[in-house]
Ligand binder design. Structure first.
Ligand code: ATR
Length: 272
């Protein structure tokens, strides 16, 4: 039997992960099977237990279980600890789980794929929830001049900035103090995207030649991608590339082989 992997989430029907991992496996000639598993909200630990008891080797975890996955793992990578969430589980043996988080490194790889500079740039991160927290450490490792977190609930932005203050120049605020400031890269990590909304931002907040990146992706340009285009972004892109890059990092953790991501990103884009 092929080695078994899966992504668990709720909802999960529209997940692109099985397709991405199938393409990775074909390309690298790895004998794996990867399925999408819908898990009841209260059933996550049990579902992981069953999967591992049946010999499963690894899991990707998506909304809303990334925090539950953290709780379930007996050991965590350093980046998972900083992220406070797990999106990749390596099953050492049934019931023995190592948690990692590949979301942030996936974003950084995709920014690099698109030649978007982070080093010595001023970054604005919109949102201070789980998605925002997951990307802060890898962004700071690239040495931006500033990472400014702006959030509707200001206290959460301050708390996140405090949590990562040892890693670089990071500040937190509400949206109201952004007037008059400008940033080279604006990253949207708010859940507002899901409803086609974006936080209200001052008109000149994007620097000349600045870029926009939405962690969300959709068939049509997201509300934030459209905002970037309307406000003169050199590039305004969604999170499809990040999705493939985080998957590649998970694949590497499980299989020790690094797939080529560009062909897979192109294949997914041509399907959209
Ligand atoms: P996720 O795991 O997707 O980050 P989350 O932890 O619930 O989900 O965080 C959601 C983020 O989107 C938060 O930063 C939230 O702002 P609050 O902390 O003020 O709740 C932000 N968000 C959600 N809807 C929003 C909206 N309509 N406008 C602005 N920010 C919004």
């Amino acid at each position: 039997m092929s080695d078994q992997y899966a992504v668990m989430g709720n909802p999960i029907a529209h997940s692109k992960s099985p397709n991405i991992h199938r393409l990775f496996a074909e390309q690298t000639q790895q004998d794996i099977e990867y399925n999408a598993l819908l898990v009841d909200i209260d059933d996550f630990p049990h579902a992981v237990g069953e999967f591992s008891a049946a010999g499963g080797k690894g899991l990707n975890i998506t909304v809303p279980f990334k925090q539950n996955a953290w709780d379930l793992c007996s050991e965590h990578s350093q980046r998972a600890q900083r992220a406070g969430a797990v999106n990749t589980i390596i099953i050492n043996s049934p019931g023995d789980y190592h948690g990692d988080n590949t979301d942030g490194i996936g974003l950084v790889h995709d920014l690099k794929n698109n030649s978007i500079q982070i080093t010595n740039k001023k970054l604005l991160l919109l949102g201070a929830g789980g998605a925002a927290r997951g990307i802060i450490e890898p962004l700071l490792q690239e040495n931006p001049t500033l990472l400014h977190i702006a959030n509707r609930t200001e206290s959460k932005a301050h708390a996140l900035a405090e949590l990562f203050s040892d890693l670089g120049n990071i500040k937190g605020s509400g949206f109201d103090v952004l007037a008059g400031k400008s940033f080279d890269l604006i990253i949207n990590a708010t859940a507002a995207s899901l409803e086609g909304k974006i936080p209200s931002l001052p008109d000149n907040i994007l620097a000349t030649s600045g870029n926009c990146y939405d962690l969300m992706y959709a068939k049509k340009p997201t509300a934030f991608v459209q905002w970037g285009i309307q406000h003169g972004a050199t590039q305004s892109i969604d999170g499809l590339g990040m999705l493939v890059e985080q998957a590649a990092e998970s694949f590497y953790l499980w299989r020790g082989v690094r797939p080529d991501t560009m062909t897979v990103i192109q294949a997914l884009k041509s399907k959209n």
